[in-house]
Design a protein around this ligand. Structure first.
Ligand code: AMP
Length: 741
């Protein structure tokens, strides 16, 4: 979850009203990334400094060349008007043409610079995405929900292979995190009463800024329109000056910090209209992303569909702590649906209105954030993108996690431990390590209470996508729920020996306060008790010197006069047997749909068919993730082979291996191609009654195995006890022709 991220700092620096929407959802979520939101497409529109410098000087050169062309054009016209000699006019025209040629060369260079690798790259990324998405939809990995009624934006169903992949990813998540760390898993309702989300801040601040087409009422994310405008201008309008380009880039870099008013002013200044109709747009206003409902028939009890699963864990802290033997640290985990009424969902599975979140809340003593298993991940090395590197325009680099923690780049060991575990989780699923980086939040992206935040970002055809947010949220969430519910969500450290401590004691004298303030007595008592140490000691000094003091009671919204006989303030020595504190929480939050989509892209490739006349699609899912682990094909339609196939299928079922038996007479090559497209890693082909072949999907290599042994070999390579290389080295090879035949 996220929330209130740089709430304080933003509101200070931009004078933003705390109700500003973007603070929330965005800050709630993305900034960390922009994950939830704007970060989807491109995290930074930054170029490296040399690229940006080249672009700048090309823009300047282009502007100069343009002036030169205009001046030369004028000169040619003047010569013609003055009926100058033909040779003179021809020479001037030749000079004009060569200037135009130079201008067009600069234009081409600039075009290449502004689009970076994107000129051709964008096209091929688009084509690649189309190929992946077509395959996914055709093979029912996912389906636009309610398709026969023309669907609903931002809602998708998982079809059979998609469901299987998702269940494998979640199964591995449970094994890698819940089981490995002894986490306490809970399963809380999606429907959540308002009071919970009021305490968490979602009711007031989980918003995005929206604009409406003034004529049709169609809604758009205000920052998306501004971002699209700036990107398009920068990439397509080569005539803009270097200064204008710098301005647009600045807008892009600060997009997430713009208030509603600032965003509205920019939209007006740039003349941005509704993309579909070109109609004028309304001023931006906050739109709360939660789906509202009411609980029960009376309509009197408001509720919301939860926008994240974390709150269910926080409100159960007291019981979970007790369940854990009143010991810290411990982690609770939850997998479940989250609902966000995105204004304009786009980018397929990446921004949807209902999605599966898997969240961990690791509760830890704020004074000891070490982790007993930290050494297991400290030597990992992977792409990290610390704040300083981002600010100085560098790119992510390979860093040893242990160094990042010891140098203080990563705030503490526990946060580092989870970053390492997330890296292992994603790469074991099949995410390409070279397209995975951990990006630290910039100061303005982070909630004011957060100690440090990192996003696991995965690069796909849409750019770098925040898929997992890993944040040290300090004690914010438990405190918010303690305050609202009145139930202390705290932990205690028992001392082996009692410790003597000096404690401030504020004792309001209720009798005197009652006489003085009558019905307001309670408000005054509460305000006195809520003073911090500094305020209390100042009051004590003032009462001793002057006998009375003015005191502001915020719940009465006025000053009252407190006299010496109304309160006693002292410091007393006390013996304490324990330290009571609000635990800090370290929260890794996984967007399962985003991880799965990136996995689809990272696993997809094409290879030519045997005849070379078509490209065949393959998903190279590791067995762990593959929707079906194995297929069983009788080579030809023949009763004996079919009987053997059924026997093998039975043993596979008994071994718990998902498989598919295909007894159609389709050519074996076509059957392999069909299942390669589903990412099935192994195929058993029955071509004799004694032994069979096992084919591995990516190498297309085949071994021969006895019928009785087939299921156990498949079991060992799919559950990771053996590698394909190992079985390849230990079984006879099947060499008669290619496995495409
Ligand atoms: P957040 O609470 O915004 O940090 O989101 C937690 C995780 O949920 C993010 O890291 C994303 O992976 C995922 N996520 C957030 N919003 C969406 C969305 N609209 N559609 C799909 N996944 C999302």
């Amino acid at each position: 979850m996220r929330i209130f991220f740089s709430f304080i700092s933003s509101s200070v620096s931009f004078g933003r009203n705390c109700c500003s929407s973007r603070l929330t959802s965005r800050h709630l979520h993305t900034l960390s990334t922009k994950s939830q939101r704007s970060k989807l497409a491109t995290v930074f529109n930054w170029q490296s400094p040399p690229m940006a410098a080249a672009e700048d000087s090309l823009r300047k050169a282009l502007a100069e060349k343009q002036s030169a062309v205009e001046a030369q054009g004028n000169a040619v016209r003047a010569l013609k008007a003055a009926k100058a000699a033909k040779s003179e006019i021809d020479a001037a025209i030749e000079a004009l043409n060569s200037l135009k040629l130079e201008k067009s060369t600069i234009e081409k260079q600039l075009q290449a610079a502004v689009s970076g690798a994107d000129g051709d790259g964008a096209l091929s990324r688009e084509a690649f995405r189309q190929a992946v998405v077509n395959t996914l939809e055709r093979r029912l990995f996912y389906i636009p929900s309610f398709k026969i009624y023309r669907g609903v934006a931002g809602l998708y169903d998982y079809g059979p292979p998609g469901c299987a992949v998702k269940s494998n990813v979640l199964g591995f998540w449970r094994q890698h995190f819940v089981l490995e760390e002894n986490m306490l898993e809970v399963d809380c309702p999606c429907v959540t009463p308002e009071v919970v989300l009021k305490a968490s801040g979602h009711v007031d601040k989980f918003t995005d800024l929206m604009v409406k087409d003034e004529k049709t009422g169609t809604c758009y994310r205000a920052d998306h329109l501004l971002k699209d405008f700036c990107n398009e201008k920068l990439q397509k309008d080569l005539s803009i000056s270097a200064d204008k380009a710098a301005e647009l880039k600045h807008v892009l870099a600060t997009l997430d910090d713009l208030s509603a008013e600032e965003l509205g002013a920019k939209i007006k200044e740039y003349g941005i209209t509704a993309p579909d109709t070109k109609n004028p747009l309304s001023d931006p206003y906050p739109f709360n992303l939660m789906f509202q409902t009411s609980i029960g028939p009376s309509g009197l009890s408001p509720g919301y569909m939860r926008p994240e699963t974390a709150q269910g864990i926080f409100v159960n802290f007291k019981d979970l702590y007790y369940y854990n033997g009143n010991k810290l640290p411990f982690a609770a985990a939850q997998i479940g649906q989250a609902f966000r009424n995105e204004i304009s969902p786009r980018q397929g599975l990446l921004r949807v209105r209902e999605f599966t979140l898997a969240e961990i809340e690791h509760f830890v003593d704020p004074e000891d954030k070490s982790h007993p298993k930290y050494s297991e991940v400290a030597n990992l090395e992977f792409l990290m993108f610390p704040r300083d590197e981002q600010m100085s325009g560098q790119s992510a680099k390979r860093i040893c996690l242990g160094d990042a923690v010891s140098k203080g780049i990563v705030n503490n060991e526990t946060l580092g431990y989870f970053i390492g575990r997330v890296y292992l989780f994603l790469t074991r699923l099949g995410i390409d390590k070279e397209r995975l980086r951990f990006r630290q939040h910039l100061a303005n992206e982070m909630a004011h209470y957060a100690a440090d935040c990192w996003d696991a970002e995965i690069e796909c055809s849409y750019g770098w996508i925040e898929c997992v947010g890993i944040a040290d949220r300090s004690a914010y969430d438990l405190r918010a729920h303690s305050d609202k519910s009145g139930v202390p969500l705290v932990a205690a450290e028992k001392f082996s020996e009692p410790r003597e401590v000096e404690k401030l004691v504020i004792a309001p004298v209720k009798k005197e306060l009652g006489l003085a303030f009558k019905g307001n007595q309670k408000n005054v008592v509460e305000a006195l008790e809520a003073m911090n140490e500094k305020e209390a000691l100042e009051m004590k000094a003032a009462l001793e010197s002057k006998g009375e003091v003015e005191f502001f009671v915020c719940t009465l919204d006025k000053n009252v006069v407190i006299k010496k006989n109304m309160v006693s303030i002292s410091k007393e020595k006390k013996k304490e047997h324990q330290r009571v504190f609000t635990p800090s929480v370290i929260e890794p939050s996984f967007g399962i749909g985003r991880i799965i989509y990136c996995l689809f892209e990272h696993s997809f490739y094409t290879r030519p068919s045997k005849a070379g006349d078509e490209q065949l699609n393959v998903f190279r899912f590791p067995p762990l993730v593959a929707p079906i682990k194995c297929t069983v094909f009788p080579l030809v339609q023949n009763q004996q082979y079919e009987d053997i196939a059924k026997v093998i299928s039975k043993s596979l079922t008994a071994a718990g291996i998902s498989h598919k038996i295909d007894i159609t007479g389709t050519s074996i090559g076509k059957r392999y191609a069909r299942t390669d497209e589903l990412g099935v890693p192994f195929a058993i082909t029955v071509d004799s009654t004694k032994d069979v072949t096992i084919r591995e999907r990516d190498s297309k290599l085949q071994i021969r195995v006895d019928v009785e042994e087939a299921a156990s070999v498949i079991k060992s390579v799919t559950d990771g006890r053996r590698t394909w290389e190992d079985v390849w080295a230990n079984f006879p090879h099947h060499t008669s022709g290619s496995s495409d035949d």
